[in-house]
Design a binder for this molecule. Structure first.
Ligand SMILES: Nc1ncnc2c1ncn2[C@@H]1O[C@H](COP(=O)(O)OP(=O)(O)OP(=O)(O)O)[C@@H](O)[C@H]1O
Length: 638
């Protein structure tokens, strides 16, 4: 039975970075003091007319440079004006100006950074070039020039400062987006066929909110300093209107007569800047080191030779992969893979680590890493060619046609949203009304064997166990009612009991006869348990394929036999035989049989040249890539 557990070591909190940031702010006394100070400054500035004891401009020549008193709490300046009243009015222009520049920087930088980070390619190159341009502009010199051209026009100056600051915002959002773009939950969203807009706003945006808050707080601090500096130079606004920078300037003129005048505006300015920085630092500290960047994902595949219609395709074939070749810059890693899956059928792709199973599985719905390409062959799904297809077609097919279940279900679930939230969103994406989605979400969880769906729906992913997360991932995959499920090592991370339950679940999923399943596993026992047919992969090729019973009972390739012998069973006594050596890396594939170096039956003939797939006579279609297949003795029943 699956249990709901709290994983203390979970890398993610109960919600996303934004929630973590607000919790960090709420629980840090220093940050709360900073927030309180800023609230006080803002309220005082907004209600200065009502709160200030004196008019900030009224001069009283009989009260020059008075020290703090009961009447003038902070004293008077060289023209007899009340310092406290001037201080209260002095924050207005400053804070509005800083807010204007910050809002412009974020408004420009957020979409640009999202686009640049998520799309990459030309968009990234152009936007990065523009960002570099903003970094090259000496902002303060530009502001001084603007102050001369548009005297006392703080709005124009801050707008320009905002545009220049957008470069930093864009860079920050871009980098955060790139980090999250390759997370499995974003892949999962893409696999579900969600449109770009939804993926960006629902899955990527929440993870960049906290960095943006941090940037906004830093930007406010910088803008306050810049505006004060301009006022200090007499360039930052109307000379009559009080401002903190101007007050500091006036105080500096009287420093030998009365140094106290420097204290109130200086202290308020410093405290305000420190408060913004404290908030920025608290938010920064609340952010994790960031999800580990993974190799970038590719959205589009390129086909060097046009995929032809396959005349030999059987009409009931749901998925037909023919001669699939996938290459990375280092060379091919999948080499001419051919298999077909019919409705109601489960095909197992089995082989040791590095044999090319995952790359083959990812190639089907067009989810190869960015530097991987289908360079030959065909992937026909329900009559449509997917190899080299446009992203638009692929996103239509993903989710509704083909659903992909990743090995790490926890990582495939968005940590920012509850299970219910994610399920309902997926169902709504596939056209369900709000009410129908709410009902169907519970049904789906029940279908995948979760007995208390209401409670699980309220949980964030980090609060559920691995087995439960895998069930939720399967429910999510089923939300688009796909015809084909591809499950990549779906039980590897689970304990044996949960593994058995999940395999049962897969059996039920295809039992209706309406769906097909491609199950990727390195465990031939799992494949034997669930799959109707099996394709054994080795070094980028299928080396044997046929009905599971037949292949496992009478393997016709020494690699299949070696895999079977290394499978634990109840009657296994002593140590399990291991296959000596390891799968050759793609750049070390030999000319002849790729398994020859590890094969006890290998002869000179095996290493002379490529071994083609050969038919094996028998009651059902069967192929092997071994010229000595007939010499293999049947495996004793296990
Ligand atoms: N992004 C990549 N760039 C270059 N080579 C890659 C990349 N991804 C995978 N490969 C290579 O492709 C080959 C097949 O990898 P693949 O992950 O498909 O194997 P697998 O059989 O699924 O193994 P595993 O069970 O460990 O995932 C390996 O040699 C691997 O190093």
């Amino acid at each position: 039975m699956n249990t709901v557990v709290h994983r203390a070591d979970s890398p993610v909190g109960p919600a996303g970075p934004a929630a973590r940031a607000s919790r960090a702010l709420a629980t840090s006394p220093l940050a709360m003091t900073a927030v309180a100070w800023l609230v006080l400054v803002v309220l005082t500035s907004v209600f200065a007319d009502q709160l200030a004891p004196f008019d900030p401009l009224t001069q009283n020549l009989t009260e020059l440079l008075k020290p703090p008193s009961a009447t003038h709490w902070l004293g008077t300046d060289s023209l007899g004006r009340d310092v406290l009243s001037r201080l209260m009015h002095g924050g207005d222009t400053l804070l509005w100006g800083a807010a204007e520049a910050t809002a412009i920087a974020v408004a420009l930088g957020l979409p640009a950074g999202l686009l640049s980070g998520y799309r990459g390619g030309i968009a990234d190159a152009v936007i990065s070039w523009l960002v570099d341009l903003t970094f090259a502009v000496p902002a303060f010199v530009v502001l001084v020039a603007l102050a001369v051209i548009y005297p006392q026009n703080t709005a124009v100056m801050m707008a320009v400062l905002g545009v220049l600051g957008a470069g930093a915002a864009t860079r920050l959002v871009r980098n955060s987006t790139r980090t999250v773009r390759d997370e499995l939950f974003v892949d999962a969203a893409r696999v579900s066929g969600l449109p770009l807009r939804t993926i960006l706003f629902r899955h990527v945006l929440p993870t960049v909110v906290a960095p943006v808050i941090m940037l906004a707080a830093t930007s406010m601090a910088i803008c306050v300093i810049v505006l004060s500096s301009l006022s200090f130079l007499g360039l930052g606004g109307s000379p009559e209107a009080p401002s903190w920078g101007q007050m500091i300037y006036e105080a500096s003129q009287n420093i030998t007569v009365d140094s106290w005048l420097l204290v109130p505006p200086g202290a308020v300015l410093i405290l305000t800047v420190i408060a913004f920085n404290l908030i920025a630092n608290t938010v920064r500290d609340a952010l994790p080191g960031g999800p580990t960047p993974r190799p970038v994902r590719h959205r589009r595949t390129v086909l060097s030779e046009p995929a032809a219609q396959r005349p030999d395709a059987e009409p009931e074939t749901l998925l037909g992969v023919h001669g699939l070749v996938v290459e990375f810059p280092s060379g091919p890693v999948v080499d001419g893979v051919t298999f077909a899956v019919r409705k109601g059928e489960t095909l197992g792709l089995v082989g040791e680590s590095g044999s090319g199973k995952t790359v083959t599985a990812l190639a089907i719905p067009g989810l190869l890493p960015i530097d991987g390409q289908i360079t030959a062959g065909s992937v026909r799904f329900a009559g449509q060619e997917l190899a080299g297809a446009a992203e638009r077609l692929l996103s239509r097919v993903r989710g509704r046609g083909v659903a992909y279940i990743a090995q790490e279900p926890m990582a495939a679930l968005d940590p920012c949203y509850t299970v219910g939230n994610q399920l309902r969103a997926a169902l709504r994406h596939f056209g369900a009304t709000r009410r129908a989605a709410a009902a169907r979400a519970g049904d789906l969880l029940r279908e995948v064997g979760i007995s208390d769906p209401d409670r699980v729906m309220r949980c964030h992913p980090h609060k559920i166990s691995g087995g439960m997360a895998q069930r939720v991932a399967i429910a999510l995959a089923l939300s688009g009612d796909p015809a084909l499920l591809i499950a990549d090592e779906p039980t590897t991370a689970l304990d044996v009991t949960v593994q058995a339950a999940i395999l049962d679940l897969f059996r039920n999923v295809v039992a209706t006869g309406e769906r097909a399943l491609v199950l990727v596993s390195h465990d031939i026992g799992v494949v034997a348990d669930v799959c109707d047919r099996v394709a054994v992969m080795y070094a980028g090729q299928i080396v044997e394929q046929g009905e599971t019973d037949t292949v496992l009972r009478v393997p016709r390739h020494p690699y299949t036999r070696a895999l079977l012998r290394s499978m634990p069973s109840l009657d296994t006594a002593g140590r399990l035989p291991v296959i000596p050596g390891s799968v050759p890396a793609p750049d070390a594939w030999p000319e002849g049989c790729r398994f020859a170096a590890r094969c006890a039956l290998a002869t000179d003939a095996c290493t002379k040249g490529p071994i083609p797939l050969m038919d094996v006579s028998g009651p059902s279609p069967r192929t092997t890539r071994c010229i000595r297949g007939d010499d293999l003795t049947p495996e004793p029943s296990r």
